[in-house]
Write a protein that binds this ligand. Structure first.
Ligand code: UDP
Ligand code: MN
Length: 418
């Protein structure tokens, strides 16, 4: 009797083991033979009702499929040393539809897709030829079909701090920010009802500290980058709060480039590449790269900005700042040039107060994309406008006079010089 109980137990253990192995084998087969595809990425593709694969909640099977996809993608993208593998890699996948950035493009895309599914009738063939995407081209490849870039395609992020609200913001709010109030978001560190109103409701109070430290500045840049991603715009541009931005020249400049290409535009402040230590490498590798100085303003195309997600999205930007122990603008250069192999395109139309602003000829001032000012008493560095709309006393930075030189019909310029 005792023997038979022991045998029964042994038998049941063997049967259970056999059952588990069989189930595991078949479920793996089913997963691998499924139609594997990535999940939807919030804010980029979820709008796309034409997709054959609607979003669905991720079950265990889907998670396995996704992790297999991620591994594959990880290999093909070739980011060897990213800081966080996992969630962010998922975001590195850029679909064609990620480049459709407003309602009009979306409708066009949907219409084109529908049209390309139908066989066009002979009589309408010529009419639709221009709008239907060639069969073997994806939207991404045929991006020459995109309309021109407009101001509304640009996200402009500005860094400021509470003590500069009164001192620096007024002049910008009355001039160029007024022309780009929908596009400009001002990142600060303290609530300020007065300036929230003056900034057309676009004063963003970050959780970052009010210090001129690497961490505080990187924190603001991280917040700005995340908000840019939400905006789904074609370009991400950054300026400081002592920068005049000529919005017309900016649009003109960006129209020379495709937002679907990897583009990093700005101006260097050094005459040699910066050297940094990459603390994420076992041998603390030294890396050399160029970066666009933040004080002159810089822009990133959507294609490049989306690729940066792994290193900059969801607050990861701050850890990359720590990785090289350098400020926010240098970190953008590191991500672009070193991690993503996209070199800075130097544009001399961006000007920080590290350039000799007083030396720019008057007829060139109106052509610059950005201009700044240095107001240190001993080292004044201010653009030269002798017969401006406003006197030096009224307009010590000369940015008001500059604005009126470019846009004489603006309300603020209508009054006579005192
Ligand atoms: N800034 C900041 N927090 C601070 C000091 C400065 O966010 O505590 C911002 C400031 O508003 C500006 C940028 O950092 O947009 C550069 O600051 P600033 O012009 O004073 O210095 P610079 O680096 O140009 O000499
Ligand atoms: Mn400055």
């Amino acid at each position: 009797m005792r023997m038979s109980v022991k045998k029964a137990v042994q038998l049941s253990v063997i049967i259970t083991a056999l059952y588990i192995t069989t189930v595991h084998f078949f479920s793996k087969q089913t997963i691998l033979s499924s139609d594997a595809r990535p999940g939807l990425d919030r804010g980029e593709r979820s709008w796309d009702k034409t997709k054959e694969t609607p979003g669905r909640s991720t079950g265990r099977k889907d998670r396995v499929i996704q992790s297999i996809m991620q591994l594959e993608r990880n290999k093909s993208i070739g980011y060897g040393n990213q800081e966080r593998v996992g969630l962010n890699i998922e975001r590195n996948f850029i679909s064609d539809s990620a480049f459709i950035d407003n309602k009009k493009d979306r409708i066009d895309f949907q219409r084109n897709k529908e049209l390309s599914l139908q066989q066009p009738k002979d009589e309408v063939k010529t009419e639709v030829r221009n709008t239907v995407l060639p069969v073997n081209l994806t939207l991404f490849e045929s991006n020459t079909n995109f309309r021109n870039t407009q101001l509304s395609d640009i996200f402009i992020g500005m860094k400021t701090t509470e003590r500069y609200h009164r001192e620096r913001l007024d002049i910008l709010l009355q001039t160029w920010v007024k022309q780009a109030k929908e596009e400009t978001f001002i990142f600060t560190d303290e609530e300020d009802d007065e300036y929230e109103l003056k900034a057309y409701g676009h004063l963003i109070v970050s959780n970052c500290s009010a210090r001129h430290s690497r961490q505080a500045l990187c924190c603001k840049m991280a917040a700005m980058y995340d908000m840019y991603l939400e905006s789904n715009k074609r370009w991400f541009c950054h300026v400081d709060d002592d920068n005049y931005l000529n919005v017309v020249q900016l649009v003109k400049l960006l129209n020379k480039y495709k937002h679907t290409d990897d583009i990093y535009l700005g101006r260097t402040s050094l005459n040699h590449p910066i050297e940094a230590t990459d603390r994420n490498t076992p041998d603390m590798k030294k890396v050399k790269f160029w970066f666009a100085t933040g004080g002159a303003g810089f822009c990133l195309s959507k294609a490049l900005a989306l690729k940066m997600k792994t290193y900059a999205g969801g607050g990861t930007f701050k850890s990359v700042c720590n990785r090289i122990r350098l400020p926010d603008d240098v970190t953008v250069g590191f991500i672009s040039e070193v991690l993503l192999d996209t070199q800075l395109t130097q544009v001399m139309l961006f000007n920080s107060h590290l350039q000799s602003l007083w030396n720019i000829p008057r007829d060139q001032l109106t052509k610059q994309v950005t201009l700044s000012y240095g107001d240190r008493v001993k080292h004044k560095n201010i653009i030269k406008i002798l017969d401006g709309h406003f006197s030096n006393e009224e307009d010590p930075t000369r940015l008001l006079s500059l604005h009126c030189m470019i846009f004489p019909d603006e309300d603020i310029c209508k009054r006579k010089r005192l």
